[in-house]
Write a protein that binds this ligand. Structure first.
Ligand code: NAP
Length: 534
């Protein structure tokens, strides 16, 4: 089948769904969404691992574009669990009648720009072809699972799973010997839940990680009423903060206060829980000495919680600044190591050499018998989901070649040589450093405004220039270098978790509020940095 349409969106997660509303219902375009999964939800469709829950507070982890939607939906907990978020997105799909414009179970394998026709020609695995004026990738930043290339995995007699591709029917851990590799945000969420079900859980830790107690709880009626009554103010606050969260970062500096007051304020942040701890001071992510204070506080907490001194030392032996990697938040993660059926293995000093038929063998020869291996090993982030499709721009140039030394975009939204292609939450945008729905709504609206502007003015192509992308690349690097973020040299922000991936700091760390203002200025100023043609 070959179809001609105005626009095609790849992905029906938070971003693709809202982009569809913007283009179909507001601009009246003939548009389709192609989605690999059998339902909407993106990240929340695939990540069904035990303990999967969002780190953003529920009243901020939702769309804000519709007052009616905000008022119709009520969250049950402070942090929404995977199942509740999926119910929410299903509700949005029903409410805005999105499913009729989405093809599920449809994987895009390639897209070529046909310059003569000024069309993107998009191919699906099933052999369908779409010829469209605008192509929008809404493929998510963390959707390409990273399974380490471990020797012997194919011969493992037990079962293994990646958290980001979790079976919908769930996994029965009861009485099983389970090994989990990875202690990032995902692994830190899954450990306590798997520990509660498994016969024994062995956690293979390569890099120790900070984590803040989430302090999840059912929302009270009073809080729900406060949210309902204050939507506009809450949204305004979220739009004013660098990370899009509904609480401000306190501007005071760590050394503005004396030791006792600093301890009290850290305790207050610790009690508030989650990402609010990071917001207790304004300089934690820019000043190493300030960061050391926050890091020291968390390490003391780890040692207080974990009873076995050797395990506590391994968990607190953290080699990077606090929050330089995405800071996980947890429900009883460190406490889980006090259980008799949980053990911690350091695979930094003694790496995994191979997977055997019956378990895992370390370089030293130590062996662990396992029935199930859980890979909480993260993703080929930001560029992975784009590069696994064969996208070719002008003159058949492959995106993979253009980005061979690392991604280059203007505003994270466009790549030079790829006209009329928009990359939602792409590398170079704040995306993963921001509460995602806030970043997503801004992108969807900016893209829709840009396409609306083009249609109103008879413009057929929009394409950023190499100079604009290079200049923006420097801004992205400068913004990161003004913080401690690049000091976590093994972080996925830098692509360091995927062997062979170029080390480029990918998200824009200058803050969502500043980015939003910059994008608005670009649009108001007639789109400098973009060439409008035809
Ligand atoms: P991640 O942060 O990349 O963590 C992967 C973990 O696997 C790390 O501990 C890593 O160790 C380890 N690992 C990878 N390969 C390994 C190997 N060959 N041997 C031993 N260990 C290995 O991935 P993630 O935890 O899935 O989180 C990714 C991102 O998803 C988060 O940063 C966050 O943005 C998002 N997320 C959000 C939520 C939420 O909102 N609640 C929940 C989960 C995830 P090294 O550190 O040594 O590389």
């Amino acid at each position: 089948m070959t179809r001609d349409m105005d626009a095609l969106i790849i992905g029906a997660g938070f971003s693709g769904m809202y982009q569809l509303i913007c283009l179909r219902d507001r601009l009246g375009l003939d548009v389709r969404v192609l989605e690999m999964g059998e339902g909407v939800g993106g990240t929340w469709y695939w990540n069904r691992y035990p303990g999967a829950r969002c780190d953003s507070e529920s009243h901020s982890y939702c769309y804000g574009f519709s007052r009616e939607l905000l008022e119709a939906w009520e969250w049950s907990e402070r942090y929404p669990g995977q199942a509740e978020i999926l119910r929410y997105l299903d509700h949005v799909a029903d409410r805005f009648d999105l499913r009729r414009s989405i093809s599920f179970g449809t994987r895009v394998v390639g897209a070529d720009f046909d310059a003569a026709a000024n069309k993107w020609v998009v191919r699906t695995e099933g052999g369908d072809v779409y010829r469209v004026n605008f192509l929008i990738t809404a493929v998510g930043c963390l959707s390409s699972a990273n399974v380490p290339d471990l020797k012997g995995l194919e011969g493992f007699a037990g079962d293994w799973y990646h958290t980001g591709l979790w079976p919908h029917e769930g996994v029965d851990f009861s009485g099983k010997l389970v090994g989990q590799i990875g202690t990032g945000s995902t692994g830190i969420q899954s450990v306590p839940v798997i520990a509660g079900e498994a016969g024994h859980l062995t956690v293979f830790q390569r890099t120790a990680n900070y984590s803040i107690p989430a302090r999840n709880a059912k929302l009270t009626d009073a809080f729900k009423a406060y949210v309902k009554a204050n939507h506009p103010d809450i949204r305004a606050l979220m739009h004013s903060t660098p990370n899009g969260h509904p609480f401000a970062i306190n501007p005071r500096r760590v050394f503005d206060v004396d030791d006792a007051e600093r301890e009290r304020l850290f305790e207050e942040g610790w009690a508030a829980g989650g990402l609010q701890f990071r917001a207790a001071f304004g300089d934690v992510l820019v000043d190493q000495a300030a960061n050391d204070e926050a890091a020291g506080f968390i390490k003391r907490k780890i040692r207080e919680v974990v009873t076995d001194p050797g395990t506590a030392e391994l968990l607190a032996d953290i080699d990077h600044p606090f929050a330089a990697k995405r800071p996980p938040i947890d429900s009883e993660y460190f406490e889980a190591f006090n259980r008799d059926n949980v053990s911690l293995v350091d695979v930094r000093s003694d790496p995994i050499a191979e997977v055997t038929a019956t378990g895992v063998r370390l370089a030293s020869g130590r062996e662990f018998a396992l029935d199930i291996i859980v890979f909480a090993t993260g993703f080929d982030a930001m560029t992975g989901p784009l590069l696994r499709m064969d996208i070719r721009g002008r003159d058949g140039v492959r995106l993979a070649d253009v980005w061979a030394a690392g991604p280059q975009t203007y505003l994270g939204l466009q790549v030079a040589g790829f006209p009329n292609l928009f990359t939602m939450t792409g590398p170079g945008s704040p995306s993963v450093l921001c509460n995602m729905p806030v970043a997503i709504e801004q992108h969807a609206e900016w893209i829709a405004d840009c396409i609306g502007h083009m249609r109103a003015n008879g413009i057929r192509t929009v394409e950023t220039t190499a100079a604009a992308a290079e200049a923006w690349g420097r801004e992205v690097a400068d913004a990161a270098n003004a913080t401690l973020l690049p000091k976590a040299t093994h972080s996925w922000y830098l692509g360091a978790n995927v062997p062979g991936k170029p080390r480029v700091f990918m998200p824009y760390a200058g803050g969502m509020a500043r980015y939003r203002a910059h994008c608005a200025e670009v649009a108001a100023g007639g789109y400098p940095g973009f060439v409008m043609g035809g």
